[in-house]
Design a protein around this ligand. Sequence first.
Ligand SMILES: Cc1cc2nc3c(=O)[nH]c(=O)nc-3n(C[C@H](O)[C@H](O)[C@H](O)COP(=O)(O)OP(=O)(O)OC[C@H]3O[C@@H](n4cnc5c(N)ncnc54)[C@H](O)[C@@H]3O)c2cc1C
Ligand code: SF4
Length: 518
Amino acid sequence: MAEHYDVIIIGTGAGGGTLAHTLAGSGKSILLVERGDYLPREMDNWDPRPVFVEGKYISEDTWFDREGKPFQPQVHYFVGGATKMYGAALYRLRPQDFGELKHVDGISPAWPLSYDDFEPWYTKAEQLYQVHGNGGEDPTEGHRSAPYPWPAVSHEDRIQQIADGLAKGGWKPFHAPCGIQLNEADRPGSTCIRCTWCDGYPCLVHAKSDAEVIAVRPVLGRDNITLLTRAEVTRLETDPSGRSVTGVVVTRDGDRTSYSADIVAVCAGAANSAKILLNSATEAHPRGLANGSDQVGRNYMFHNCKAVVALSKEPNDTVFQKTLGINDFYFATEDYEWPMGNIQMIGKSNAEAMRGEKPLLTKLSPEWALSDVARHAVDFWLTTEDLPQPDNRVTTDGDGNVHLAYTSTNDAEAERLYAELKKILNHSGMAEHHVLRKNFYMDMSIPLAGCAHQAGTCRFGTDPATSVLDVNCKAHELDNLYVVDTSFFPSIGAVNPALTAMANAIRVGEHIAQRLAP
Ligand SMILES: Cc1cc2nc3c(=O)[nH]c(=O)nc-3n(C[C@H](O)[C@H](O)[C@H](O)COP(=O)(O)OP(=O)(O)OC[C@H]3O[C@@H](n4cnc5c(N)ncnc54)[C@H](O)[C@@H]3O)c2cc1C
Ligand code: SF4
């Protein structure tokens, strides 16, 4: 007889970790099943060579592209999931992102819920994840029922100069919302030390608001919470009718065990959640669990992104750079009819990481050592929305491996955003300082393997013919199966996805708690 719980949660990242935190107080017995282990706390956490060059914390998974070519996806299997490595930029989607938006390559579809529906959950997620920000600065942001719980993280001098230059030119730079436990009013007492090893690194001192630190650890001492690490869910079993999940099959240290629960929540990340459902085909669900609509795995999105490095003669000695955002091009502008997206900063370049990312960088500035390039670099991250496409999809093969087919969309918008960034940098006091007497930019488009912002694959909606999940993120075709990670996104907007996954997990968690209440 399988060990039985009230709820089993598969995965402990932004979705699963937050869901566990939300449900912990219900007193219901909850089993968290996590494929990874705790991320080791070691000096390598803050060393670009192991993190970026050697990819120490990246999974050894092999996935396959549309042509069947193998690649190593940049996914991270730990308690806390991808949030262990994330940049903690915790944005809300814009209100318009919840509606239908026209793009150069097609339609970004409307969500079944509006921004107003989501707003209270965003507020709760911001409180839980201790988001720092300054409401009202960003003209594209929606209304908020409460201010950010923490003041915005201040700009350092070079970033302040850029912000001032942009504001002078008529743009509306804002302080980027950020989940780090930094108390600038009491630096000696602050958990966060404001270091440079944040975006893309694990936080050695556990000061980043990741799902392990904020959501999972605080509930682990409770009698009703059990966490199984190094435990991979390979399959879900159902009763003969196919309406209920009756078994969660887990492989751990080579052993195979089955657990059961009244409610099962799959929160393994967009690709892996689809993988679990697709690998759980039965007679009642021949195309994979909850897949009568043939939508499971489809509509995979991960943003059309560019990392851009702007070099100026003036050094950039910023330590924590991810403080500035620009949404002036988020939607159409007077002279461009399509939305372009969001501009934000990324972690400060350093020579080691640059070497790992693009050896060509050194060749582009032969007169400078890579350390000089890094010191003078100002680093931007450009995000354009990509569209849900049925053929951009996760499938699995006979061995259960992930195949990821993806063709980018809205490339013209992404290029335009890049052109706009170059223009505004010209106006922001950087042009006269540029090396090589002209603007000098290097961009790094993100390849298929960089699936940090993966979403879609099990979208929610009101029509079972075109969606996998209902509005509560319960599978249309099953009574006790939920998917609570970024899989539910019907569209992805052009801001980072984690806060939306967290807010949704609180929303769905409160729904499940109500459902289980006596
Ligand atoms: C380098 C990097 C930087 C990022 N920066 C930002 C940022 O600044 N802002 C932002 O909003 N987002 C950022 N993201 C994206 C963000 O981290 C993700 O959107 C978010 O974590 C997704 O949440 P999730 O619950 O869908 O998946 P995850 O957080 O990845 O959680 C999935 C969990 O499921 C586990 N799992 C997978 N398969 C199985 C299985 N079969 N059995 C058991 N467990 C399983 C995984 O180990 C993992 O713990 C970044 C991501 C990366 C990698
Ligand atoms: S900036 Fe703060 S939260 Fe980020 S890694 Fe450094 S100490 Fe951790």
